[in-house]
Ligand binder design. Structure first.
Ligand SMILES: Cc1ncc(COP(=O)(O)O)c(C=O)c1O
Length: 423
């Protein structure tokens, strides 16, 4: 059963979703006459503390590393565990057929979240699977070109190196600025990289390096006009920023369930627009290979159904928070963090400031210090986990700001950063 959002917000959801959604302290956080809109607003710190309590992160851990991997809330952990137990109560039934309807319900949840047709959504294992699927699919020949800007994640590059380069296909690698002033600056770089020979553009929606949001929609319209296929890696964007795939206009989109959506580890999403599905060649084929429809990209016989169904619970959890609310909170944390670091000459923020260019990932360099030392100091002295980034001249800590990070957590992080910088 899906979580009832209204009841969650009123924190009286015991009957609907289980006692883990009920914590007496949230009762105190919301004054009786608060409207549903004010409860859990971006600044209702009590409510976000309550939300944090729904996760089972180690008590003394300060986790600023959602960009690497997200924690699942108790709700998702419990649901997934239940699916595992159900599967093992009658393995042959549940693995092959018993959960068909449940699987379709997850597909519907995902398609509603992205505002797409459910026949365009496949339930896969991770973003890497989607990127591999794209790279191996297109019939390219020597001389064709693929645009892969320099901030692509390795998982968006390696498959093209493996499948396409040996055919004599050229990988064109335009260089993006770390701190663009506007999205147009990025669009121009892509426009200049396109040639008569460009067949594919593959791009991240949000870079994992410094959290820069790329203008997929604008590049998509250029690609369509020129008959170029556009594949998008949405590993960092999905669950963090609000968008509709239908608005982006790309041909393909791959994303992870286990980062900003808080889904089980090894759950992912593939979007393939209806008119481009027949170009894709499944990574594995099984008995229904000739039944051309979106399910052919997820039908691997025995597979991780509890995780896949658990991803449905993660969508329920996200819907309960609400995409608007979640995004507003993340932008509010971004501002709170940047206000304390920007202008302090001990630090340099290496993520563009405008909200259309960044959100919950901020890269910060401690000037004159090696990033690995900073990271080790934070972890060993303060139990703060974040990701050190060395590539692209970053030498910066990648700070992920998610809905389970409170302002107090950020204050604690700032104290640690300052102490390290002054050492
Ligand atoms: C931009 C980007 N793409 C792809 C991936 C790989 O994601 P997955 O482990 O879901 O395949 C990551 C992981 O950090 C990422 O940041």
């Amino acid at each position: 059963m899906a979580i009832n959002r209204r009841n969650f917000l009123r924190s009286s959801a015991v009957a609907l979703a289980g006692s883990y959604l009920f914590k007496p302290d949230i009762q105190g956080s919301s004054k009786g006459n608060d409207s549903i809109e004010t409860i859990g607003s971006a600044d209702d710190e009590q409510w976000w503390k309550f939300l944090k309590s729904q996760f089972s992160l180690k008590e003394d851990l300060y986790y600023f590393n959602n960009g690497s991997l997200g924690p699942s809330p108790e709700y998702v952990i419990d649901k997934t565990e239940k699916y595992r137990r159900t599967l093992d109560s009658f393995p042959s039934r549940y693995m092959w057929g018993g959960w068909e309807k449940d699987k379709e319900e997850v597909r519907i949840r995902v398609s509603e979240y992205f505002d797409t047709d459910r026949e365009e959504i496949a339930l896969i294992h991770n973003t890497s699977e989607g990127m591999n699927l794209f790279a191996r699919s297109f019939d390219l020949k020597a001389g064709d070109e693929i645009i892969l800007a320099n901030h692509e994640h390795r998982t968006g590059v390696v498959p093209y190196e493996y499948y396409c380069k040996p055919l004599g296909v050229k990988l064109v690698r335009p260089v993006l600025p770390l701190l663009p002033k506007s999205a147009d600056e990025i669009v121009d770089i892509y426009r200049r990289a396109i040639s008569e020979k460009t067949r594919i553009i593959s791009m991240v929606h949000m870079t994992n390096t410094n959290g820069m949001i790329l203008p997929v929609k604008e590049i998509s319209s250029i690609a369509r006009e020129k008959g170029i296929i556009l594949c998008v890696d949405g590993a960092q964007a999905v669950g963090m920023i609000k968008f509709r795939i239908s608005d982006l206009g790309c041909d393909y989109y791959a994303a992870s369930g286990h980062k900003w959506l808080f889904g089980p580890k090894g759950s992912g999403i593939l979007y393939a627009s209806r008119d481009k599905q027949e170009l894709l060649k499944p990574l594995m084929v099984s008995s229904k290979w000739d039944n051309i429809n979106i399910r052919m990209f997820e039908d691997y016989n025995t597979r991780n159904l509890p995780e896949l169904l658990g991803m449905g619970a993660a969508f329920d959890f996200n819907n309960m928070i609400g995409q608007d609310r979640k995004q507003a909170r993340i932008y509010s944390l971004k501002k709170y963090f940047r206000d304390q670091v920007d202008g302090d000459n001990r630090f340099k923020i290496k993520t563009p400031e405008p909200d259309d260019l960044s959100a919950g990932i901020q890269a910060v360099e401690v000037k004159g210090r090696v990033v690995t030392e900073a990271r080790d100091y934070l972890l060993s002295n303060y139990n703060i986990d974040c990701r050190p980034m060395y590539s692209h001249d970053l030498n910066a800590l990648r700070i992920s700001l998610s809905v389970f990070n409170t302002r107090e957590d950020i204050d604690y992080l700032i104290v640690a950063l300052r102490e390290f910088a002054d050492k």
